[in-house]
Design a protein around this ligand. Structure first.
Ligand code: ADP
Ligand code: MG
Length: 618
């Protein structure tokens, strides 16, 4: 066994050993790849259709008879009915289709490396979703709430958002090149009586139509541009970091969204495309698109100023999701930030466990320790102090702050307030931000509309005016000299060490615990609701579902490591295998999307009871 194989055996052995499939000698890539693919072969699609017709009029549980595998010939694929719902009101039935490479006919260039493979599968997942919606409509899916009404018939595949992510909806099996799509089918019924003719029609016509969305022939024209664009975005993100920048915004980028409720680009003549201020213009060469020009934001402290409603938050929001690639046409494809950028917001009411917030806060009333601070109900400022320290612990190299969503007393304190309130326990960020850059190599980008003191600490000052970006660093320097502030006299020379906390994995949700994702930012874990509203870079509810699985996976890891070490293990698991590996045993869920391990860490940091056992290590 190679060193790497042995390494993964060690890491995952304890969990995989309990699995139905994975033998202990298999490397990490086999974890989760073991599937019920070869059972029940031989039954044909025609058999399935006949069987469903036979079930017409029977009571619902008889649908269980069609569980298993069925072979189709046009196009050639195998259907796996993995789980049939127990009644019409239960979550819909889980099915997969596997199209062999020989039928899909995808040119190998489309999956020549991991990035292209993720992009290809994301592209196909979008087509799968669109086709599932159209077919459900065409075949009259019913969502009757009346008990006796006809219901079912809907085909549901995960619905991707604007970000290109590794997803479990469509995966490419590295061992044989087969494409596998996962979706659900609402097996149709009237009351609790099987509507077999309708079910037969779904599996005779709609399911092969979905399989066709995986064939190269269907997308010859569009798939290459999509995959190339994603590879360009990944290359740009790497090149930007290597060039000593933390972010890049391409000329022509469309940053504003259609509405507060939609992540689609704003369209129309009033959209002002981005244009780099000349002093910050940078050009990069991309493998497919050629050269691309735009604004580079260097490592350091950047302040984005400007009047209200001039586009500051819109720029920062685009930068926050710049750690992900976007679909072509999104407008933010070539807005990229460091993969380790973290958006920090005020989050009063959150729980905090054993975080050393002493760089920012000391002498709390009642003498509560701030070197290992815990609370179930943080204030605005303590939540931000914890947010910054936790981000550094998770390896952040760039922090994003928007004055709109920050606690002001965490950002600044002016001379008058210092006189008025002598015993304020807070060292505001402005006095620590330079030391954070120097000691922890962590840059900051701050949207500031009101606190002009930041002119003293900013290396770069941008202004958003009428949605255009200007470099006003010189002007800000002059003003800082003309109108002195207390900053230079109060800046702190050191930030302080960030201690890595030990995590007791047994306090994370166990694999058997009930956990459900209600929406992106609300996960029910046992009796608690984990609120991830302020985890701004969690962009999809499928990522939240993957986080639940990640927490359960980490629960099974042996004790004794720090939070960051566990996240490295998780990262290796997802890198070495695929997102399927998050699932226990050989179960499959087509509704997962890969989160960054940073978001997994942020979720752990917000768990109420489980992380009580977190202990700082020295
Ligand atoms: P600020 O944070 O400076 O107050 P916002 O970023 O919230 O401003 O933007 C204010 C409004 O302007 C939003 O409705 C946003 O969609 C819109 N907007 C932002 N940037 C642009 C742009 N480049 N072109 C057109 N509209 C924009
Ligand atoms: Mg704003």
């Amino acid at each position: 066994m190679s060193g790497r194989g042995a390494y993964y055996k060690n890491l995952y052995g304890s969990r995989r050993g309990r699995g139905r499939g994975g033998g202990p000698a298999e490397a990490g890539s086999a974890r989760g790849a073991k599937r019920r693919n070869d059972d029940d072969s031989g039954r044909s699609a025609e058999d399935l259709v006949r069987e469903l017709k036979r079930l017409d009029g029977k009571s619902y549980p008889a649908y269980r008879d069609v569980q298993g595998s069925w072979d189709y010939s046009d196009p050639p694929f195998r259907l796996h009915i993995d789980h049939v719902q127990s009644d019409p009101f239960a979550p819909p039935s889980k099915v997969r289709i596997r199209v062999p490479q020989a039928a899909a006919q995808l040119p190998p260039s489309l999956f020549a490396n991991r990035t292209r493979q993720v992009a290809l599968c994301d592209f196909l997942a979008r087509r799968l979703h669109d086709a599932a919606v159209a077919l459900s409509k065409a075949h009259g899916a019913q969502k009757s709430r009346r008990w006796a009404g006809a219901k079912g018939g809907e085909l549901t595949a995960d619905r991707p958002g604007q970000q290109v992510l590794e997803r479990s909806a469509v995966v490419l099996d590295a061992s044989d090149g087969a494409l596998e799509a996962r979706f659900t089918v609402g097996f149709p019924a009237q009351g609790r009586t099987i509507l077999g003719e309708w079910a037969a029609e779904i599996f005779r016509a709609s399911v092969p139509a979905l399989a066709r969305t995986l064939l190269y022939d269907a997308h010859k024209e569009s798939v290459h541009a999509f995959v190339d664009s994603v590879e360009d975005q990944e290359c740009l993100r790497r090149a930007v970091t290597e060039a000593g920048l933390v972010a890049f915004v391409a000329d022509g980028a469309v940053l504003p969204r259609a509405s507060g409720a939609s992540d689609a680009p704003m369209r129309g003549p009033h959209v002002v495309p981005f244009r780099a201020p000349p002093a910050l213009a940078r050009t990069f060469a991309l493998p497919h698109r050629g050269s691309i020009a735009g604004m580079g934001i260097p490592v350091g402290i950047t302040m984005v100023a400007g009047g209200g409603f001039h586009g500051k938050s819109t720029l920062l929001d685009a930068l926050a999701v710049g750690c992900y690639s976007h679909v072509p046409g999104d407008g933010r494809e070539f807005v990229v930030t460091s993969e380790k950028c973290v958006s920090v917001q005020g989050e009063d009411g959150r729980s905090i466990q054993c975080v050393d917030i002493s760089p920012f806060i000391h002498d709390l009333p009642g003498g509560a320790s701030t070197a290992a601070f815990s609370t179930q109900d943080a204030s605005g400022s303590t939540s931000m102090a914890a947010g910054v320290v936790e981000a550094l612990e998770l390896g952040a190299d760039t922090l994003l702050f928007d004055e709109d969503t920050c606690a002001t007393n965490f950002l600044v304190r002016d001379l008058r307030m210092r006189r008025l309130i002598e015993a304020d326990p807070i060292n505001p960020l402005i006095f620590k931000i330079r030391a954070m850059l120097q000691e922890h190599r962590c840059s900051s980008i701050l949207v500031i509309g009101g606190c002009g003191d930041y002119c003293d600490v900013a290396d770069l000052v941008l202004e958003m005016r009428q949605y255009q970006c200007y470099d006003i660093t010189e002007k800000a320097r002059e003003i800082a000299q003309e109108i002195p502030s207390v900053v230079s006299a109060s800046e702190m020379p050191t930030f302080g060490a960030v201690r890595l906390r030990r995590l007791d994995t047994k306090t994370l949700p166990s694999p058997s615990m009930k956990a459900a994702v209600r929406r992106r930012a609300a996960i029910d874990v046992g009796d608690e609701t984990l609120d991830l509203t302020k985890v701004a870079q969690l962009v999809h509810d499928s990522q939240s579902r993957a986080i639940v699985m990640a927490l359960k996976f980490l629960h099974t890891q042996p004790p004794g490591r720090t939070l960051s070490e566990y996240l490295v293990i998780l990262q290796s698991l997802m890198d070495d295998a695929s997102i399927d590996a998050l699932m226990e045993d050989d179960r499959i869920d087509g509704f997962l999307a890969r989160p960054r391990t940073i978001e997994v860490g942020m979720a752990i940091n917000r768990l109420v009871s489980p992380s009580e056992e977190m202990r700082a290590v020295h």
